[in-house]
Design a protein. Sequence first.
Length: 160
Amino acid sequence: MERQVLVLGIGNTLLSDDGIGVHVVEALRRREREGTAMPLVLRDGGTLGLSLLPEIERCTALVLIDAVELGAPPGEVRSFEGTAMDALLAGRKRSPHAVGIADLMEAARLTGCQPARRALIAVQPGSLDWGTEPTEAVAVSVPRACSAVLSIIARWCHDT
């Protein structure tokens, strides 16, 4: 089976900063992906939850991007890999999708398809009010989140 990295943007684009994962995936689609040894699959996961399990079953590495309550200034970007990601998802609800993502990753683990290489790029939201665009503080974090995604994938490719 060919190695495949699934980059999955999570969020509701009708709730301003909550849609940051989808906005990051859209920005990645616009960028060239030269130098990536693993094929990337960029997916707008929206709020689909457990219905994304078949896509995770097909990937060998997974990067999720989502709005997460980090107790940080709006737009702050943090990366969590492997067990650090698992611990964040297992703790108290920090994302509007925490239950969905936690359930999705637990289902992947229970079915034996949880990728060993997995990461969550978390962006601190400023507002979850109605709106189709992120707030300014979060919008300016899109390039940093894209860089975080590509940096993790580049490292994974180098480590293979």
